[in-house]
Design a binder for this molecule. Sequence first.
Ligand SMILES: Nc1ncnc2c1ncn2[C@@H]1O[C@H](COP(=O)(O)OP(=O)(O)OP(=O)(O)O)[C@@H](O)[C@H]1O
Ligand SMILES: [Mg+2]
Length: 314
Amino acid sequence: MEKNPHKDSDRDTRAIFISKVQELAYEMKVEQVMTPNAVSVPPEMRMDDLRILMQKERISGVPVVTGGAVQGLVSIEDLMNYLASDEKGRTVAEKMSKKVTTVFKDDPLTRAVNLFDMTGFGRFPVVDRGTGKLAGVITKGDIVKGFLKRLEVEYHEEEIHRYRASHFFEDIVADKATLTFHYGVKGGDFAKAGRASSGLKKTLSRLGIKPEVIRRVAIASYEAEMNMVIYSKGGRLSAEVTPEIIKVTATDVGPGIPDVEKAMQPGYSTASPWVREMGFGAGMGLPNIKKCSDHMVVNSVVGTGTTVEFIIGV
Ligand SMILES: Nc1ncnc2c1ncn2[C@@H]1O[C@H](COP(=O)(O)OP(=O)(O)OP(=O)(O)O)[C@@H](O)[C@H]1O
Ligand SMILES: [Mg+2]
């Protein structure tokens, strides 16, 4: 379910953040964030030389490689254990961990994220699936940096969209101009519930509409959309935007409301127990739409459908 714009709790914000991160983790590949040409060492290297190398490079783990193929991994922990023992002159091959978890260059980031969670390791060698050779190293830090960079790029792109769109009406030469947007709403589809109103919200913000106005439209549209999802067989959310007003119409194909006046009363609800369990059914949706808008009408014919229309000045 998409974010409910008037229940801005931590839980909702976190859910949105997690899903954005999850989306990125599926979309992005390991090679987009890994450190390529990472330092690696041969198995015959002495542990004492490795110590100098790790100090110099400020790294906490190194893949051990012969002919490009990963043989093992020495971590700072392996090095410390060696230093704490009274052993002398050992090679990397003797002290490395031979059971190494590797990831492929073209793995989705989500695989690396899961492996970090499951194993508790700090880094994985990255291998080219084609050649079987070491291609780089990935750490949790690389993933965080990669996400932040990507989010920054997306944010910047969004800003550009917003700038272009906010000048849209100025460029139109007409006595009257109206932009119309339609969004389909499926009855009973809770997984997609909120999609229409959040799409409209995004569009309005791209058009450069004032945030207070967008917030009112978003709340009222969300209520209308949820009612269509919960109580109707589905329909359409449409918005007409002019330089002066935004008119939103939510039309569904039934079953209709027997007593509109009653439905408009705060606290009146026919929500089933399981709908109430999901946090709906306070009977505040329609009153909320009225409160958010400058003008509202509900028309309903039992057996035909319901139309909720509201106007908000921009
Ligand atoms: N599109 C619709 N089709 C059929 N019945 C509807 C529709 N919209 C609202 N209703 C009826 O009107 C009642 C009141 O709606 P309202 O949105 O005010 O409250 P609610 O949906 O029950 O609870 P809340 O919105 O607080 O979660 C609903 O319980 C339902 O019986
Ligand atoms: Mg409702």
